[in-house]
Design a protein around this ligand. Structure first.
Ligand code: HSE
Length: 300
């Protein structure tokens, strides 16, 4: 029997968006293609970190679907680097879950796909926009994850700084305290809500105030000291606002289209001024999320 290869196209994402810790995220127009092959023969194990993440997601999808897993291999050849806050792990997990669901005839609905992908991540702020595109609010509610898409202005660009150093999410979460003051909780709740409302209303003048966070960015700047200076450089070059993308190390700046290149260059220059290396690029919010882009029958 021939094997079946399923290729899934998944966007990179930026999570938190300043004050929306663990609940806000948006898809970036930077897509990865991951191929998962299902066959009757057992497949040899892999040492590749990305492929292992895809295969774990496939395995968990089979547990969730209550079906027996066939032989599975994955090809994860993704330009989105791991540990940089651009949702590379969500890309792998969403790809595994989506491919398994497709191969089995789609027993999981949208909420099932979101819940499993978010559970594998530990939060839904990358998995949700990776699955559905655009800008999303996503929260855990008991054993489910719930989401709502947000409106956003169409005439904006995203400047992204990708430092060469990584900030693994596990490490970056260790920098956070176990408890926060009432004042900090109130500060962030209001600003996360303000960000969603401002994006919906096209009130880009509010985005800088809306991204002023007290939950994670200051704490994480101890592992990435130039962070706030990079934010300031982007804003001075014309960005509306900037934030630490996910758990870092990338920094995202939301910009008017005609200032995005300058913001990207200013962020890179500031990073270099601190003796650190990286690259910067300009992209946009992707309205499309993960899709199955190809299904092929291949010889075993
Ligand atoms: N919300 C998560 C964090 C995103 O900041 O730790 C990274 O996976």
């Amino acid at each position: 029997m021939p094997a079946t290869s399923i290729t899934v196209r998944v966007p990179a994402t930026s999570a938190n968006l300043g004050a929306g810790f663990d609940c806000l995220g948006l898809a970036l127009d930077l897509f990865a293609s991951i191929t998962v092959t299902f066959s009757s023969a057992e497949q040899p194990p892999t040492d590749d970190v990305g492929e292992k993440m895809v295969l774990t997601a496939v395995r968990q999808a089979y547990v969730r679907m209550g079906r027996e897993m066939p032989g599975v291999s994955a090809r994860y050849n993704v330009a989105i680097p791991l540990g940089r806050g651009l949702g590379a792990s969500a890309v792998a997990r969403v790809a595994g879950v989506l491919a398994a669901n497709e191969y089995e005839g789609r027993p999981m609905d949208e909420e099932g796909l979101l819940t499993l992908s978010s559970e594998l991540e530990g939060h839904g702020d990358n998995a949700c926009p990776a699955l559905f595109g655009g800008m999303q609010v996503c929260v855990a509610e008991g054993e489910r994850y719930l989401r709502a898409p947000c409106r956003y202005p169409k005439d904006i660009a995203m400047a992204i700084l990708i430092p060469d150093h990584s900030m693994p999410t596990k490490e970056a979460r260790k920098a956070l305290p176990d408890t926060y003051s009432k004042a900090d909780a109130i500060h962030n709740t209001g600003r996360a809500a303000l960000f969603v409302a401002a994006m919906g209303a096209g009130r880009v003048d509010l985005l800088d105030a809306a991204t002023d966070d007290r939950i994670h960015q200051h704490q994480r700047s101890s592992i990435f000291p130039p962070m706030f200076e990079v934010f300031e450089a982007a804003k001075k070059a014309g960005a509306h606002a900037a934030w630490l993308s996910g758990a870092g190390s990338s920094i995202a700046a939301i910009c008017p289209e005609d200032h995005a290149r300058a913001a990207a260059a200013a962020m890179l220059e500031t990073l270099s001024g601190h003796g650190m290396t990286g690259r910067s690029l300009v992209t946009h919010i992707a309205s499309e999320g993960a899709t199955v882009s190809k299904i092929e029958l291949v010889d075993e």
